[in-house]
Design a protein around this ligand. Sequence first.
Ligand SMILES: NC(=O)C1=CN([C@@H]2O[C@H](COP(=O)(O)OP(=O)(O)OC[C@H]3O[C@@H](n4cnc5c(N)ncnc54)[C@H](O)[C@@H]3O)[C@@H](O)[C@H]2O)C=CC1
Ligand SMILES: O=C(O)C(=O)[C@H](O)COP(=O)(O)O
Length: 383
Amino acid sequence: MRILVDENIPLAEEFFGELGEVTRQPGREMTAATLRGHDVLVVRSITQVDQALLEGADKLKFVGTCTIGTDHIDTSLLAERNIGFASAPGSNAESVVDYVLSSLLLLSEEDGFSLSGKTVGIVGAGNVGGRLAARLDNLDVDCLICDPPRAEAEGREDFVDLDTMIERADIICLHTPLVAAGEHATHHLMDRRRIDALGPGTVLVNAGRGDCLDGDALRERLESQGDLRTVLDVWEHEPAVDEALFELVDIGTPHIAGYSVDGKMLGTEMIYQAVMRHFGLPARKKLGQLKPDPWLRKIVLHSWTPPLEALSLCARACYDVRRDMLAFDRYRRRLGMAAGFDAYRREYPPRREFQTLRVELKKNKGGLRDALEGFGFSVKLGK
Ligand SMILES: NC(=O)C1=CN([C@@H]2O[C@H](COP(=O)(O)OP(=O)(O)OC[C@H]3O[C@@H](n4cnc5c(N)ncnc54)[C@H](O)[C@@H]3O)[C@@H](O)[C@H]2O)C=CC1
Ligand SMILES: O=C(O)C(=O)[C@H](O)COP(=O)(O)O
């Protein structure tokens, strides 16, 4: 069997090697010609699996994407051509939540506010948004949820519509998939009217897909009023991001919210399992045998550490969004926006999820354990 794999997929040889020859290629350079002769294709979000690419699908039996999002895949065409398909739902959801929390912590430190006094609006309450809501709920932060497909399917009357959320939330986090058409389409879900309606001081986070937000409208609002706080990990026209918008946002990163070692490797394992299922083969390899130990395994805190101080100490030690924000800025200055965007993603330094960090406490004082667990860390109480 011949397997074509995006160059940025970790553990590809370890997982897929037993099936045959593994060839790596940059995801943006995959073409019909390079696909020819391959039985399995394993991609990330930057490869459009469409009519043009599938012209080269002379032997292709299975496509896997080691990502949550599937907007880059023409799934109907795959089904029509009887080519198997799998994505990796939830694989890097924890990583995205860590990213959002690190960003909110940074802004709260800069502006001197406490998250617990704020109302956070979450748009799209699936694997990412749902986990973010759960972690914030553990911290007693008020959350508003906007998810019309779930509201309809589950009869949720506690969910709100997006316009109500815009009126009431201090922080709005977008975690929707990119859906081009239909009743719940998300292309420019955050359009000019809604961007203009955001109250001064609102924090706007987009870690879903760039096209869910009208970048021109946001740039113009920031240029004319400069009264929002903005965190963008995803952009329209990646990797050729609008430089002017980038200069105006508070935290700008090159689509790396889901780039933890844990999330990326879990994505590979999920696709390996799907490939083996597809071919009726036993999936014997396990991620646990292959995943490296984190550099930082535990932190010991005194029981009287104030919970907020403990959260920011542990979060900074484990993952601090400033690392990516500053490094990306250096990359794009050195290489230009598009090349810098891709280069930083390719050379992304290891990052582990909050859940890999064990925090040891002698006693649980003042709700410290709940706060830490609520943020995602694992806590061990001493004797
Ligand atoms: N920045 C990054 O690195 C990453 C970005 N993502 C993006 O985040 C998206 C969400 O990820 P998950 O939560 O894991 O997906 P999911 O499929 O588990 O959840 C998506 C949720 O959005 C809701 N939704 C759909 N249309 C909506 C609309 N019009 N308004 C409000 N809600 C709507 C769905 O009902 C669902 O509950 C992915 O599709 C992907 O595009 C995912 C991983 C990493
Ligand atoms: O999982 C998703 O969906 C994502 O957005 C990925 O984490 C983004 O990574 P790439 O596929 O663009 O490497």
